[in-house]
Design a protein around this ligand. Sequence first.
Ligand code: GLU
Length: 447
Amino acid sequence: MADAVATGMTPATSPRLPDAVFKELEIVRDPTNLFHQTIEQVLMASQIVGLRHHQQIILAQPANEIMVHFPVLMDDGHHDLFKGYRVQHNNALGPYKGGIRYHPDVQLDDIKALAVLMTMKCSLVRVPFGGSKGGVKCDPRTLSNNELMRVTRRFVSAISNQIGPDYDIPAPDVGTNARIMAWFADTYAQMQPERDRQDTLRIVTGKPVEWGGSQGREKATGQGLVYILKEMLPDMGIDISRMTFSLIGFGNVGSWTGRLLAALGAKMLAVADHTGAIHNDGGIDPELLAEHVIEAGGVNDFTEAEAVTTEQFYGIPVDVFIPAALEQMITEDKARLINAKVFAEGANAPSTPGGDAILTQRGVEILPAILCNAGGVTVSYFEWVQNKSSVYWTAEEVDERLNTHMVQAARRAKAARKKYDVDMRTASFCAALEQIGDVYNLRGVFP
Ligand code: GLU
């Protein structure tokens, strides 16, 4: 297998490791811990842009880590105890903002890492929010609709004093959707005095369009990724209307990315998810696959493509490889197999540090998640603004504004890459941190 074609855009600088801050904060570094990895990236970029010591230590830990346990009545009459989290990392730029995930593997340090990434993402795309993240440790695939509703309502009641429409605003993430956000908003509203209820829609974003949601929010993460590719691929000599791509994950982000890219003429050659992997050199129709996934629960057994092994899937030559599932899936062995020019991160932190290093060594251009998947939170911001003003925008207006935020974020990251001579991931963190540093310099630290 030929090595990935170098795009000539992979840089040089390997910044000094931020050991001093880890030591000062008594964080015993575990290289497999996603929170430690994320903080290391933030601190390395902080040192490049010259953030001051107090700014570095503020960003190296979340402001608040909330953990709750709550009982839920199950359909068979017994009660289960659930564990939920809300981590509020930083609110220097505005209210805490970030999704809520329902997944069996939810655990505190991963939520902390994802909250940090939200702070970075919001700053990079210049939406006036800070970063947070939450989750409930559960398997939504095995819960009935009523159980899912009761889990949601009990979780909201458990954290309702710690969130607020101008303080911390949740949204969908892995395993949650618009329906769950509607239960979320309804429960929060019921907990407020009657006269204040109408102003509580803004407590959560990603709601159904019929009840306070924004046009374009459902596809927003995929749409944002496509806008980033449109802006970045010409620099790499790739024509989006003729490119080929593979996807891991065909949930909200993966399926929308697939559909929107196919609509531009790009060809989806392979898709993998938790049920298997499929390939068709003539291209897979994302609309048909989306219908199949709704019925069958995954890509397996899709008749318009052939089933392939995981190894075969990763080795399929494509222009752009898009991980759009969970964190840390691209380990070193997988990174060695990937045969793509560009790795565009639809999922947060999709590769391990080892996987990342191998992709970089092999000349694969990495477009980092804080840039590629920031479309979701950008349209969440639009939804929040629309709820606040009670003026609602058309789908076209949303797309146009989203495009502006994404293109400007990409340009900001490119400028930082040039300025600091670093890779795109580091550059994206630098561009995000420059703004946070500027704001802290102006605001100072109370008292
Ligand atoms: N969960 C999404 C993310 O990771 C969206 C967050 C939001 O809209 O607040 O970016």
